[in-house]
Ligand binder design. Structure first.
Ligand code: TYD
Length: 132
């Protein structure tokens, strides 16, 4: 998969409370090396503002809502995440930012690589050069 994509997750609806699930190489097209989450985001804050050379991600709004803005160097698309039963697959090599976090939002990010500072491109002009 080379394009960003909203992926619907299985939903097991139940009067006791619903359940959704993510398995590596099944719902998402990579093996999970890492999980991190973003929480207690103050109103108006932006996260991200970088690209990864190799890392792929799957982002789920476990609670609340926020926007993910993806930029391939030519076009930008905004994805609003606001339910825990779907997520956004982010391929490598895209500039990404996150904003519009609602109060008490919780963003879960599953990653295909371990944390590596050298995988980050944090400078937009450098990203444009990288995309060639
Ligand atoms: P940062 O990359 O600035 O977050 P954002 O994706 O919003 O730009 O990460 C914030 C801090 O967390 C930074 O000091 C690095 C650290 N961090 C880790 O140690 N491991 C990780 O997997 C991640 C994503 C961040």
């Amino acid at each position: 998969m080379t394009k960003p994509q909203i992926i619907q997750l299985p939903r097991y609806l139940d009067t006791r409370g619903n359940l959704s699930v993510i398995e590596e190489m099944k719902e998402i097209p990579f093996k999970i090396e890492r999980a991190y989450w973003i929480y207690d985001v103050p109103g108006g804050a932006h996260r991200g503002g970088h690209a990864y050379k190799e890392n792929q991600e799957f982002i789920v709004a476990m609670s609340g809502s926020f926007d993910v803005i993806l930029d391939d160097g030519k076009d930008k698309s905004t994805f609003t995440l606001n339910r825990s039963y779907y997520g956004l697959y982010v391929p490598k090599g895209l500039w990404r930012e996150m904003d519009n976090f609602s109060t008490n939002s919780l963003a879960l990010v599953l990653s295909s690589t371990k944390y590596d500072v050298n995988d980050y491109i944090r400078d937009y002009p450098e990203f444009k050069r990288f995309k060639g």
